[in-house]
Design a protein around this ligand. Structure first.
Ligand code: NAP
Ligand code: 8YV
Length: 312
């Protein structure tokens, strides 16, 4: 008999095909009567597949007394209560590394879009502005100093690409990484004061909530730009909006927000902001690779083998 799993949200088609071949899949997001699914099948379900946005809501956790495995389609697991999972002996897996390149591409792409005003230049051509004159001169990345908040797997990939863009790279984290060729700042505000760009790619959790504070953004200043590809929770979003509106911060390129998919209305009309719908890992190739890891982690769990990419 195939084991039953609860799939919380849609996933890449090849994941869904692999699930269908191996399991009886309860498609939670699709179910008209979600409480009914949990009441009827909850006692039998030992594994959940979810992602970094949906996680596993407390009412779902509570309705699955035999839950022993949560396989997440994403590297960030802030939406999953890992402490509660640990306490109940529930294993958790994520999808590290396979998305480093795609997320780094978006980070660097957003920076190019912001500094060279690519969205505005595109509109300028489409709207016939070029027929009346040339587009205003812009800044450039070359020679600028960038500080990376979170020099981890993705942060290192972003750093390598920014070095190729002829930028000077520094970083902040809890630990100095002596074998990395970048200057370390133990103090985030001090780094923000020294750099032209601040790129946030740290995990969302209690320790990083609001780490990009008003003080940090103010230190970055009117000539500085903030890039967030980590999590919306990393930044004091009201302060970010206020400083962008007042000119206290030069610009921002944002792939993540505090209350996705809702974006603060004040950002929508600002010319010094580039907005992106949390699409760091959203390429065909990367989502397929992430999906394969979800499938492999679930298969390992049901086979009683070690998980390929465990979190807990
Ligand atoms: P990782 O390898 O674990 O790296 C995380 C980095 O953050 C580490 O260098 C760590 O350095 C630093 N860090 C952790 N806690 C910190 C703290 N309290 N203060 C300062 N720095 C801290 O993670 P990753 O695989 O690169 O992923 C990073 C995050 O990117 C994910 O958790 C996720 O939220 C986000 N992400 C976003 C997208 C997207 O689509 N936009 C896609 C994938 C991932 P220290 O240990 O030295 O502090
Ligand atoms: C996903 C992410 O978009 O991996 C992460 O942490 O933020 C992204 O890759 C997210 O998991 C939702 O699917």
């Amino acid at each position: 008999m195939k084991p039953e799993i609860l799939q919380i949200c849609p996933m890449h088609p090849r994941v869904e095909a692999a699930f269908a071949a191996a399991y009886v899949v309860h498609r939670y997001w699709d179910a008209a009567d979600k409480a009914g699914v949990l009441a009827a099948r909850g006692p039998e379900i030992r594994a959940v597949a979810t992602d970094g946005h949906y996680g596993v809501a407390p009412e779902i956790m509570a309705a699955l007394p035999q839950l022993a495995m949560v396989a997440s389609y994403g590297v960030g697991y802030d939406a999953i209560d890992t402490a509660a999972c640990k306490a109940r002996g529930i294993r958790v897996s994520n999808t590290p590394d396979v998305l480093n390149d795609a997320v780094a591409e978006i980070a660097v792409g957003l920076m190019h879009a912001l500094v060279r005003r690519i969205p505005q230049a595109d509109a300028f051509v489409r709207e016939g502005g070029w027929l009346d004159g040339t587009f205003a001169l812009t800044g450039e990345l070359t020679g600028a100093h960038v500080g990376i908040l979170g020099l981890g797997r993705i942060g290192k990939e972003i750093a390598r690409r920014l070095q190729v863009s002829k930028m000077r790279v520094s970083y902040h984290g809890r630990h100095e990484q002596p074998f990395e060729p970048y200057a370390y700042y133990s103090d985030l505000t001090a780094m923000a004061r020294d750099v032209d760009w601040l790129v946030a790619i740290a995990p969302g959790n209690a320790a990083t909530r609001g780490i990009v504070s008003r003080e940090v953004l103010t230190a970055l200043g009117p000539q500085g730009a903030f890039v967030n590809v980590g999590r919306g929770s990393l930044v004091d979003e009201p302060a970010l909006v206020e400083l962008l509106v007042s000119g206290g911060l030069g610009g921002a390129a944002l792939d993540v927000f505090a209350d996705e998919p809702r974006v603060p209305a004040a950002l929508l009309g600002l010319p010094n902001v580039v907005l992106s719908p949390h699409q760091g890992s959203a390429t065909e190739k990367t989502r397929a690779a992430m999906g394969d890891l979800v499938v492999r982690n679930l298969a390992a769990f049901f086979a009683g083998d070690p998980l390929p990419t465990p979190v807990v």
